[in-house]
Design a protein around this ligand. Structure first.
Ligand SMILES: Nc1nc2c(ncn2[C@@H]2O[C@H](COP(=O)(O)OP(=O)(O)O)[C@@H](O)[C@H]2O)c(=O)[nH]1
Ligand SMILES: [Mg+2]
Length: 487
C-alpha cells in the first residue's frame, strides 16, 4: 500500500464504517445465539424486520449514519476494500445465554397465552354448551319418562276402572241371572191358584160370621170346582161337617185351620215334615229314571232341569232321547244336555223308542254314569197304545240293566186339572209310577190337583214346575205348599 496524503482522513472514515459493521455483526451473532436458545434450528431464518426491530430497541447502540462521500473526483482512485463480513461463529450449543426474554418473546408469549386462554375459553364454552345440551337432553328424557309413566298410570287406572266396571256388570248380570235362576217362590208360582179357589175359601173364613150349614154348602161348591177331584173334595167336606156337628168349629178361623190341617195331612202322605221328596239316587249305578207323561206335559223340560240339578249335586248324568215321535224332542234334549254338560244318546227320528232307551242304559252302564234319565214319547206314530209301548220300553230297560228303571217319574201338566189325576191313574197302573213332577203350576188356578193326586193315588209329588228355568223345578215341600195356599 502506498502512503497517500489524505489517507488519514479517509482511513478515519473507513475505520468508523468498519466499527459500525463490526457492531452490526456482533448484534447479529447475539441474536442468532438467542434464537438457538429458544430451540430454534440453528439456521432458522431471522427476518430483517425482526432484526431491525431488535436493533431499534437496543438502547444506546444506534446504527452509524453513513457519511456523505466526497465528490467522485476527490475520491482516491485506489479502491478501498469493502469490509468483508466475517463469518458468524456458531454459538455454543451447550451454553445458551441466560438472556432475559425479549419484548418480542414476551409479546409472542403473551399472544400464545392469549391464544391459549382463548382456546381454553372456547373449550370451556364448548364444554359448557355440551353440558347444557346434555342437561337439556336429560331434562327432555326425564320429561318423556315422566310423561310415559303418567300415561302408564293413566292407562292402568283406566284398565282398573274398566275391569271394575266389567266386574260390577258381571256381578249385576250374575245377580240378575241368579234371581232369574232362583225362580220365584212357590207362593208366586201358585199365584193363580191362590187367586182362584183359595181366594174364594178365604172369603168364607173372613168376615167373622158364624159357621153353619150355609157355610159348608158354600165350601162344598168351591171345593168341587177346585180341580181337587170329587173324591178328595167330598172327603174334606165330610171331615169339616163332622167337626161342625161336634160344635168344634163354630168360628170361621177354626174352620180354616181344620181344612188346612186336613190338606196338610193328605199331601204329606204320612212322611215326616221336612223330609225330602226329591228323587233319591240309590246305590245302583247307573240309577235309571224313566220319565213318562203325555205329549206336552213337560217331560223333556223336566229331564233337562233334573239333569242340571243332579249335575249340580255332583252326579254324572247321561240322557236318553227316548221320544222318537217328535223330531224336535231330541234336539230340545240336546240343547239341555249341552247346557248342563251331559252326554245324550239319540236314535234316528222315528226309531224304536225302546231301542234308544236300551242303548242309553247300556252306555250308562259302560260309562259308569251315576244317573241315566230317559225321556220317552207321550204319543206314538204307530197305532199301538202308548201304555203298551211304554211297558215294552220298561221291559227292555230291565234287559239292558236288570233292576232298571229304578224310578218311573210321571210328568203331569197341572193345567189339565182333574184330567191329570185320571192320567196319573192310567200311568201308574201300567208302569208303577214312583213319583210325580207336576208342571206348569204357574200357569193355572188348578193347583188343588196336588191334593187330589196325593189323596187318590198316594204317589208322592216330588217336584212342582212353576216356570221354565232350572230353578223353577222345585222339590215339593208339603208344608211349604200348604203355607203358600193358605197365607
Ligand atoms: N210355565 C211353565 N212351562 C213349562 C213348565 N214345564 C214345561 N213347560 C213348557 O211346556 C212346554 C212343553 O214341554 P216339553 O218338555 O216339551 O213337554 P214334553 O212333550 O212332555 O216333552 C214347553 O214349552 C215347556 O217350556 C213349567 O213348569 N212351567
Ligand atoms: Mg218331549
Amino acid at each position: 500500500m502506498h502512503p497517500i496524503p489524505f489517507a488519514l482522513a479517509t482511513s478515519e472514515i473507513v475505520g468508523a464504517a468498519v466499527v459500525a459493521a463490526l457492531v452490526a455483526l456482533f448484534v447479529l451473532a447475539g441474536l442468532r445465539m438467542f434464537r438457538k436458545r429458544g430451540a430454534a434450528p440453528v439456521d432458522a431464518p431471522v427476518s430483517q424486520g425482526e432484526i431491525e426491530r431488535e436493533l431499534e430497541r437496543e438502547a444506546g447502540v444506534a446504527p452509524a449514519a453513513p457519511q456523505p462521500l466526497p465528490p467522485a473526483a476527490q475520491r482516491p482512485s485506489i479502491p478501498v476494500p469493502a469490509p468483508r463480513p466475517e463469518p458468524v461463529p456458531a454459538p455454543p450449543v451447550q451454553a445458551p445465554a441466560p438472556a432475559a426474554p425479549s419484548p418480542a418473546q414476551v409479546r409472542q408469549e403473551a399472544e400464545a397465552a392469549a391464544e391459549a386462554a382463548a382456546l381454553e375459553a372456547r373449550k370451556k364454552e364448548e364444554y359448557r354448551q355440551k353440558k347444557e345440551a346434555e342437561r337439556l337432553e336429560k331434562e327432555q328424557r326425564r320429561l318423556e319418562r315422566e310423561e310415559a309413566a303418567r300415561a302408564t298410570r293413566e292407562e292402568e287406572a283406566r284398565k282398573a276402572r274398566e275391569a271394575e266396571e266389567a266386574r260390577l256388570r258381571e256381578e249385576e248380570e250374575k245377580r240378575r241371572r241368579a234371581e232369574a235362576e232362583a225362580g220365584r217362590t212357590l207362593a208366586a208360582g201358585l199365584e193363580k191358584t191362590r187367586g182362584g179357589f183359595m181366594a174364594r175359601l178365604q172369603g168364607i173364613f173372613g168376615g167373622g160370621r158364624q159357621v153353619d150349614e150355609s157355610t159348608l154348602a158354600e165350601m162344598e161348591e168351591i171345593l168341587f170346582t177346585a180341580d181337587i177331584g170329587v173324591k178328595t173334595a167330598t172327603k174334606l167336606l165330610e171331615s169339616a161337617r163332622e167337626k161342625v156337628k161336634k160344635r168344634e168349629l163354630d168360628d170361621p178361623a177354626k174352620l180354616k185351620a181344620a181344612l188346612r190341617q186336613e190338606i196338610a195331612r193328605i199331601v204329606s202322605l204320612g212322611t215326616p215334615a221336612g223330609a225330602s221328596r226329591e228323587l233319591a239316587i240309590g246305590a245302583a249305578r247307573p240309577w235309571v229314571v224313566m220319565v213318562v207323561g203325555v205329549n206336552g206335559s213337560g217331560k223333556t223340560t223336566t229331564v233337562g232341569k233334573l239333569a242340571a240339578k243332579l249335575g249340580q249335586a255332583g252326579h254324572r248324568v247321561l240322557l236318553g232321547a227316548g221320544d222318537t215321535f217328535r223330531a224336535a224332542a231330541g234336539e230340545q234334549l240336546e240343547v239341555w244336555a249341552e247346557r248342563v254338560g251331559a252326554p245324550v244318546v239319540r236314535g234316528k227320528d222315528g226309531a224304536d223308542p225302546a231301542s234308544v232307551c236300551f242303548e242309553a242304559v247300556k252306555r250308562g252302564v259302560e260309562e259308569k254314569s251315576d244317573v241315566v234319565l230317559l225321556d220317552t214319547a207321550g204319543r206314538l206314530h204307530t197305532k199301538a197304545p202308548l201304555m203298551e209301548e211304554l211297558k215294552k220300553v220298561k221291559r227292555v230297560i230291565d234287559k239292558a240293566f236288570p233292576g232298571a228303571p229304578h224310578d218311573v217319574l210321571l210328568v203331569l201338566d197341572a193345567t189339565n186339572g182333574q184330567n191329570a189325576i185320571a192320567q196319573a191313574r192310567q200311568f201308574h197302573e201300567a208302569l208303577g209310577v214312583t213319583g210325580i213332577a207336576l208342571t206348569k203350576l204357574d200357569g193355572t188356578a188348578k193347583g188343588g190337583v196336588v191334593i187330589g193326586i196325593s189323596d187318590e193315588l198316594g204317589i208322592p209329588v216330588r217336584y212342582v214346575g212353576i216356570g221354565e228355568k232350572v230353578a223353577d223345578l222345585r222339590p215339593f215341600d208339603p208344608a211349604e205348599f200348604v203355607d203358600a195356599l193358605f197365607e
